[in-house]
Write a protein that binds this ligand. Structure first.
Ligand code: GLC
Length: 420
């Protein structure tokens, strides 16, 4: 595959509005943590936390077959579940590379699998019409220079920045168009020590329009909110990355899965605040996405078939907190995610514009609306919550959504007001 080049590009420039549009509409993506650690099944930090000696850890590569790895199956699953992009751990902190690398000998082509999983991943997700992102851990337990560098060895810093640049360059030149560069673990070195500006300029030189996250010690195109559905910065593109259970990589005994209802609520909240949810699954040692994870994600996907428009709408404002749950305020329209369902009538406080139409997504209902002083009352909702995942009410308005009720404190602020 050929890399895309554009000589007119200013390599230090952030992605243009046009290049960012897909990300702002995507809302929902699949994060995949898969590597040698998936064989151990104790999480991607096992090498470090258990202090596994390098030579012992390296022998895992002889057992890494990818026998169950089928990128087309992953991609079909993601697309059918309403996801629009995916991000794969091409190299986690353990230093094992999932691609055919000349720089990093510790890679999947030299493992028992003898395969370039990044190539298979990119090709399969592209074929499904999904956007592709590459997770790349800057910090690297396999490279003595990283440890030397973070302990202040300047020569090691220079060498390691060079090695990093060479590895990242392979990723952005060997696989055609890449949509997201998703760095991780920059901690320990500054942007200057990483030579992050030059690194990202190189990335953009090869991949005009790529979106880069804020984990190379530079802000770049978008911010990450890890395991947290609150928006980290207003007015900036952002993404919440979250685990489906309590682990990133495969852990057989971790059955603490979020329910489809929890995932849908989280997606609703993040969408209302203009962000994306990058939901993680940890494929097993062989590369299979566990059935339990699949079932939850597919259930959310079925819900999205009816409710996609509600999470996809572009928020124009954030409303004060409301008792039913999240609300996405779009141009002349509101989507109310009824996380708490109050029966056949819904009371909205201080709504400024008038309701011109009301509809329950996916369910027939003869809804009526009335304005009574500071209240707007919607009537005719089913007495019992019709949707066991999340019922969505759409209101068309004769103006931009706004509510004249107190904004001084939000629901979250109320919880935070007491001293410890
Ligand atoms: C945490 C984990 C790391 C994982 C990352 C994803 O930082 O420690 O292993 O890749 O989250 O954001």
């Amino acid at each position: 595959m050929e890399s895309v080049r554009n000589t007119e590009l200013r390599p230090d420039a952030l992605a243009s509005e046009r290049d960012r549009a897909w990300f702002q509409e995507a809302r929902y993506g699949l994060f995949l943590h898969w590597g040698l650690y998936s064989i151990l099944g104790r999480g991607e930090w096992a090498r470090n936390r258990e202090q596994i000696p390098a030579d012992e850890y390296h022998t895992l590569a002889d057992r890494f077959t990818g026998a169950g790895f089928n990128a087309r199956d992953w991609a079909a699953f993601a697309a059918a579940s309403g996801m629009r992009y995916a991000v794969l751990t091409t190299k986690h902190h353990d230093g094992f590379c999932l691609w055919n690398s000349k720089v990093c000998a510790f890679n999947s082509v030299s493992s028992a699998a003898k395969r370039d999983f990044v190539a298979e991943f990119v090709e399969a997700f592209r074929a499904e019409g999904l956007r592709v992102g590459l997770y790349y851990s800057l910090g690297d337990w396999d490279q003595p220079d990283w440890s030397r560098a973070v302990h202040g060895d300047v020569a090691a810093q220079v060498r390691f920045a060079e090695t990093t640049r060479a590895m990242v360059e392979e990723l952005v030149t060997q696989y055609g168009k890449i949509d997201v560069m998703w760095y991780d673990l920059p901690q320990g070195l500054s942007a200057a020590q990483w030579r992050a500006k030059e690194l990202n300029a190189m990335v953009r030189q090869h991949q005009p329009g790529i979106l880069i996250n804020n984990r190379s010690m530079l802000a770049e195109d978008f911010s990450i909110s890890e395991q947290n559905s609150n928006s980290p910065h207003m007015g900036r593109m952002w993404e919440a990355c979250m685990t489906l259970n309590e682990s990133w990589a495969y852990v057989d005994g971790d059955k603490d899965f979020k329910t489809p209802r929890q995932v849908a609520r989280t997606l609703a909240k993040i969408s209302s605040n203009g962000g994306n949810l990058l939901l993680n699954v940890g494929p097993d040692a062989a590369g299979r996405i566990p059935d339990e994870s699949r079932q939850i994600v597919e259930r959310v996907g079925a819900w999205l078939e009816t409710n996609r428009e509600a999470i996809e709408a572009k928020p124009v404002d954030r409303l004060p907190f409301n008792l039913w749950g999240s609300t996405l305020a779009a141009e002349n329209r509101m989507y109310l995610f009824l996380e708490r369902y109050f029966g056949s009538e819904l009371h909205i406080g201080g709504l400024v514009p008038n309701v011109t139409d009301a509809k329950l997504l996916g369910y027939p209902a003869n809804l009526t609306w009335e304005r009574r002083g500071d209240q707007t009352i919607i009537r005719g909702l089913p007495a019992d919550d019709p949707d066991d995942i999340l019922t969505v009410l759409r209101l068309d308005l004769d103006g931009t959504p706004d509510q004249e009720i107190s904004r001084v404190i939000s629901g979250a602020d109320i919880m935070a007001r007491f001293p410890d």
